[in-house]
Design a protein around this ligand. Structure first.
Ligand code: SF4
Ligand code: SF4
Length: 372
């Protein structure tokens, strides 16, 4: 059984090499996936009749659906809380707080105390994205950018030729139901299409145990509309079954540029324009740092990857390669993000580095035991 990662396959196609010996390609994507929720079963030390409100380290969840009357346990759903999910998966202690019978009860928990911690993505791996710009003269707050999006700037999402759904020929939702995947490093199950999916514009509903996840692959991402969740998904694709889709390269995958107001299409470009000859991570020029009182890069980094410790700037592995740190007025961070239809990209909301890391991880696991 010959297995290759998606980047290797695309390189072979670009070089006109023979791919007929390959059986499986591991594809992957990483980006903001707004429809990410987590279902927790949270224990408390006291018995109460029924929870009315629930919080984890100040984040508000939604009680239910099960009532758990007089059990001192709460089923709850949380969503849009990427930083919370990452901390939980890391194994950090969190304060659980519940309002029941007009009284608050507290408990300190870690993920190991939760009998169930399941992530369900209601809209993952979205195949058809658009790049966004602003044709007005007024900067606008948006989920598509960390900073107010100005005229002459653009942002985009999507891992292009690496995305699992770009590499599959999907004729029926049933072909996907029950298929295995990796979600943030955990063995995951595809439940079918996600919300707003169609055969032309598919996305996936995927579920996995958060206790098995690797915190590197998920996290929070701050946008102009608050906190979001980013995830990484990898899926093995059978070459014979999906050969036509697998042959597609970035340049063959359309990326329309739309105006934020009304979303009318201004022009149609492709993923080659935004992913070729760009940097996946910023270069750090520490020598240029002026040690400003307020570090703009630290303040606006969407994943909180930048820390100024004793006057020294550091980037952690939480970096997503979004490019916002170019805001530093002294050029400490250098990253080439490219442009679309002549408009410079100033915020990237997908991360090909993490996607490739998970595609490699999936290849390793498949080679150890073929379970997909
Ligand atoms: S804004 Fe730039 S120069 Fe100022 S402290 Fe931050 S990294 Fe250093
Ligand atoms: S590219 Fe810069 S701003 Fe973006 S996540 Fe990395 S360090 Fe933060």
């Amino acid at each position: 059984m010959k297995i290759v990662t998606v980047d290797k396959l695309k390189k072979m196609i670009r070089n006109n090499e023979d791919i007929s010996e390959i059986d499986i390609v591991t594809t992957a994507t990483c980006g903001i996936m707004s429809g990410t929720m987590a279902v927790f079963h949270i224990p408390f030390n006291d018995k109460f009749r029924k929870a009315e409100k629930i919080y984890l380290d100040g984040y508000k969840g939604f009680v239910g659906p099960c009532p758990n009357e007089y059990l001192g346990k709460v089923d709850a759903v949380f969503f849009r809380n990427g930083f919370l999910f990452k901390r939980l998966v890391k194994g950090e202690e969190l304060e659980a707080k519940v309002l029941a019978d007009n009284k608050y009860y507290n408990n300190i928990i870690t993920i190991n105390d939760l009998q169930k911690a399941e992530m369900i993505g209601t809209r993952m791996c979205f195949k058809n994205y658009s790049a966004i710009t602003n044709l007005s003269d007024k900067p606008v707050k948006t989920i598509f950018h960390r900073l107010p999006l100005k005229r002459g700037e653009a942002s985009f999402s999507g891992c292009g030729e690496f995305n699992p759904l770009e590499n599959m020929v999907i004729k029926n939702e049933k072909d996907l139901i029950g298929k295995r995947a990796l979600l943030n490093g955990a063995d995951a199950l595809i439940l079918g299409f996600g919300t707003r999916a169609s055969l032309e514009k598919p996305n996936l509903m995927i579920s996995a145990d958060m206790k098995e996840m690797d915190s590197y692959y998920l996290g929070g991402f701050l946008t102009g509309d608050g906190e979001e969740v980013f995830n990484t998904v990898a899926i093995a694709v059978d070459v014979k079954q999906h050969i036509e889709a697998l042959k597609k390269l970035d340049k063959d995958i359309a990326l329309p540029l739309v105006n934020i107001f009304g979303r009318e299409i201004i022009d149609i470009s492709n993923y080659g324009e935004v992913w070729e000859n760009v940097d996946l991570r910023p270069k750090l020029h520490k020598d240029r740092c002026k040690n400003c009182k307020n570090c703009l890069a630290e303040e606006y980094c969407p994943t909180m990857a930048i820390k100024k410790i004793n006057g020294e700037i550091k980037i952690s592995k939480d970096c997503f390669g979004c490019g916002i740190c170019s805001i530093c007025p002294h050029g400490v961070f250098e990253i080439k993000l490219g442009s679309i239809c002549g408009i410079p990209i100033t915020c990237r909301q997908s991360d090909r580095k993490r996607a490739l890391d998970l595609a490699k991880e999936l290849k390793k696991r498949l080679e150890k035991s073929f379970i997909f």
